[in-house]
Design a protein around this ligand. Structure first.
Ligand code: F6R
Length: 609
């Protein structure tokens, strides 16, 4: 989850590292630091608690000097609190390194290498530096041999960028599970935890292979296997441009990404339509995958899991097979009832979420075919799944997921439609109608974006409260889960999503005039039931905001405020509703003057357990 960048080449390294870290900050923002070779080939270290802006100030305040090689890190604390000492880079003997991931056996390593009392920090990363230094000295200061022996000692996950004091101008990188990408460009050689740090310099990059060592010099990037044979990396091309990773006039990435959803949906859906029907030929996803499954197991975390909950509510009644949704961090320690006839769908924006990855491996070990719905091209989940369906949202920078959620839904809806067709649940005409209705959801989303000022006005009723409820039934309940998560994570207002019919089994005790309720009622067959539940909370004094379709008939006094979405088919209301829920969370965070894009304690891309 930490941001990593390394650079060696003709440009001023410190500026490049700081700019790169600013772009990577969404991966973690507790503290930041850089290490670089100065003009006398000495390694200098600057690090601080706080954001990259604080680090920039410290670096700017130093004496004028040029540097052409360095590494930088922005941290999301795992081992050890948020302190200057725990910030990266860490120096031990001849080694200076930055680390993303967790070294699980750091305790044993501390003992084995007698590091107790010699460490400045509480981090597993400094222990790793101590171990690598010991290896470096033991093998006659040969970086490749030292790194090979070092990795044999480690258990856990890691992405390391390493400087050796007697190797100015060189950076070494190695990884297991934690992501690293690298590139050689006209402006020098770069390595980073993700593409946003490289895109200003190149469109061509490669994913650092696991169990390989990368050596970066100003003139080349070389990859070696653990027997030191050269390996040719597989270069890929970025399919989005620099603009996609900038705010482009929006005050926050989150608002920009909310606005980008209609376009992201088109990019995800339209290339996969043939004769008006979803077609995955270009994605190399064969129909037999959909024909043979006798059940579906969806696995994901957080927002991606909520997309899975919506898909379950859609798929099960249509396909008439059991569809289960599991939280990846639970699934990976269960004894799941899956086999080769279970279609496992994993969903991940980043493609690097460690729990989702581990759950996927478990499913694969049970011979279940895995279809991954992933946004980041070349990510670990995309590479290790059996089939991959890329969503085309472009980079999502705000920590709170918005556009990734709607494109995940679009992909899942298309899979559902294709499955219904190949399993004889849909005729071609019905599949075409489904796809048409999916596309109708795009203008409905645009319409809700157009209502953002009205939604902003409603949020004044939430921002001074401590608790809220999101209620709904069926699909609307699945939407509520995501609405509550979004509000919690960026506005810090406690929000609970509840199946509307379940409230009176205890929870309604919490409803009062200080607990606003956001009621979602877009499903015609249960509309009246949800409205009854709205009456119940209203009778207990709640301020109710009702989200319903334009044509839904309801007495004016039922709710204190209403947001109406366009009249589209019930199965597709999630798309405009998602926009409303995202805007509620966004304006609540803005109204409370919080850091919308980088909320406290969180980070994008959860690569630790
Ligand atoms: C919430 C959010 C997270 C992610 C979750 C999974 O706004 O972004 O809940 O959805 O951490 O991440 P991915 O999709 O990258 O696997």
């Amino acid at each position: 989850m930490c941001g990593i960048i390394g650079y060696t080449g003709p440009l001023e390294a410190r500026k490049l590292l700081l700019d790169g870290l600013a772009g990577l900050e969404y991966r973690g923002y507790d503290s930041a630091g850089i290490a670089y070779f100065d003009q006398d080939s000495q390694i200098r270290l600057v690090k601080t608690v706080g954001k990259v802006a604080a680090l920039r100030e410290m670096v700017g305040g130093g004496r004028e000097e040029l540097s052409h090689c360095g590494i930088g890190h922005t941290r999301w604390a795992t081992h050890g609190g948020v302190t200057n000492a725990n910030a990266h880079p860490h120096r031990f003997g001849s080694v200076t390194l930055i680390h993303n991931g967790i070294i699980e056996n750091y305790h044993q390593l501390t003992e084995e290498f007698c590091l107790e009392g010699r460490l400045m920090s509480q981090t597993d990363s400094e222990v790793a530096a101590g171990v690598l230094d010991a290896m470096y000295q033991a093998c006659g200061r040969d970086p490749l041999a030292a790194i090979r022996d070092f990795t044999k000692k480690l258990s856990g996950s890691y992405g390391f960028c390493i400087l050796f004091e007697d190797r100015p101008g060189e950076i070494y990188a190695v990884r297991r599970v934690s992501p690293l990408v690298a590139a050689y460009t006209h402006s020098g050689s770069l390595v980073a935890s993700d593409l946003t740090a490289l895109i200003a310099y190149t469109r061509k990059y490669f994913v650092v292979p696991e169990d390989a060592i990368v050596r970066l010099t100003p003139y080349k990037v070389r990859v070696y296997d653990m027997d030191f044979n050269r390996v040719e990396p597989e270069y890929m091309e970025v399919n989005w441009n620099m603009d996609a990773a900038m705010k482009n006039g929006f005050p926050h990435f989150m608002l920009k990404e909310i606005h980008e959803q209609p376009e992201a949906l088109k990019n995800t859906i339209l290339p996969r339509v043939s004769r008006g029907i979803p077609d995955f030929t270009e994605d190399h996803i064969p129909d037999h995958l959909f024909e043979t499954a006798n059940r579906i197991q969806i696995i994901a975390c957080g927002t991606a899991m909520h997309a899975g909950m919506v898909a379950r509510a859609l798929m099960e009644p249509l396909l008439r097979i059991p569809v289960t949704v599991s939280i990846a961090s639970e699934f990976r320690y269960e004894e799941p009832l899956i086999d080769k006839n279970t279609l496992v769908i994993v969903i991940s924006q980043s493609g690097e979420t460690i729990d989702t990855l581990a759950a996927m491996s478990l499913a694969q070990s049970r011979k279940a075919p895995v279809l991954a719905i992933v946004n980041v091209k070349g990510s670990t989940i995309a590479r290790e799944s059996d089939y991959v369906l890329y969503t085309h949202a472009g980079p999502e920078i705000a920590v709170a997921s918005t556009k990734a959620y709607s494109v995940q839904l679009a992909a899942l809806y298309m899979v559902c439609c294709r499955m219904a067709l190949v399993r004889g649940k849909y005729t071609e005409e019905q599949a075409q109608e489904f796809l048409k209705e999916l596309l109708d959801a795009i203008p409905a989303m645009e319409a809700m974006i157009g209502k953002k000022d009205a939604i902003k006005a409603l949020v004044t009723h939430l921002i001074n409260q401590h608790d809220t409820f999101f209620i709904g039934r069926g699909l609307d309940y699945a939407f509520s889960l995501e609405g509550a998560l979004k509000l919690k994570e960026i506005s810090y207002i406690h929000a609970e999503a509840y199946a509307a019919g379940e409230l009176k089994h205890g929870t309604i005790a919490l409803i009062s005039d200080r607990v606003p309720v956001i009621a979602i009622a877009t499903q015609e067959h249960i509309f009246a039931k949800t409205v009854s539940n709205v009456r119940e909370v209203k009778a207990r004094g709640a301020f109710v905001i009702l989200l319903a379709k334009e044509s839904a008939q309801v007495e004016e006094y039922i709710a204190d405020a209403q947001v109406r979405i366009p009249d589209i088919a019930d199965a597709f209301t999630v798309f405009p509703i998602a926009v409303v829920l995202q805007l509620i969370a966004y304006y609540a965070s803005v109204g409370k003057n919080l850091d919308v894009d980088q909320p406290r304690n969180l980070a994008k891309s959860v690569t630790v357990e």
